[in-house]
Ligand binder design. Sequence first.
Ligand code: CP
Length: 296
Amino acid sequence: HLIGAKQLSRADIEAVLDRAADFDADPAAFADAHPDALLGLCFFEPSTRTKMSFDTAIKRLGGDSVDMGPVESSSVKKGESLADTMRVIAGYTDAIVLRHPSEGAAKLAADFVDVPVINAGDGAGQHPSQTLLDLYTMREASGLDDLTVGIMGDLKYGRTVHSLAEALTTFDARMHFVSPESLRLPRNVRFDLHESGAVVKEHTDLDAVLADLDVLYVTRIQRERFPDENEYRAVAGEYRIDAELLADARDDLTVMHPLPRVDEIAPDVDRTDHAHYFEQAHNGVPVRMALLDSML
Ligand code: CP
């Protein structure tokens, strides 16, 4: 199972990224790697990138997928539990990709099935396969050694941030977290970073660190996770970058975003050499090919 980034050692990550580079160089060469593999796609929350790139990845490995489809048209709507749903789908498939609004859902699913479960996002918890493609993108752009990384936006509810921060500790990256006070990293993630000995600083203002960064990882404010819409409105639109602001950054700054973006990155950044977020999304295919290849 792949439930959280803490499971991944530096060697695990490098093995997946190296394999992904092989797939990236020549995806057609692996068209028969897993001809009988069937991947279950179980998305209890919306997705474009994660679902479609896993689907593409298994098909590029010669396998196929079955999709649970929208919750509204599945038997979840009749009250079937997650555990029962997973047990049934595990009987049809060789591995399950699960996205669910509840933190801990992937761990629970893994406890009930005997096929690998990949956590494709569990509420505000973790999104470890996103982390692998994030690291692949960083490695392509600037290497993974001696990095100073700024992570900005919704650090409280942003599961991509939680996984990425934990994985970056294995590369001894220096991390600057930039967010409103109300959206700081959750206590458990701060604790894990502290325990790992990571060099971590927290800020409310990007200007304080922008010029030092090799990578700026911007995230969306996760509106759907706020218990109170007024709390969302109080911070919406506060943390936004545009080309003018990036004039103060290093020329080789890599700007990333797991996407979807709402208004955190102005479209004028897309035309700069800083923009790596679409390439990041495309890297989801070779990286998820490598992950599936390793788990299957
Ligand atoms: N980055 C990401 O998880 O995107 P989706 O929600 O579209 O899968």
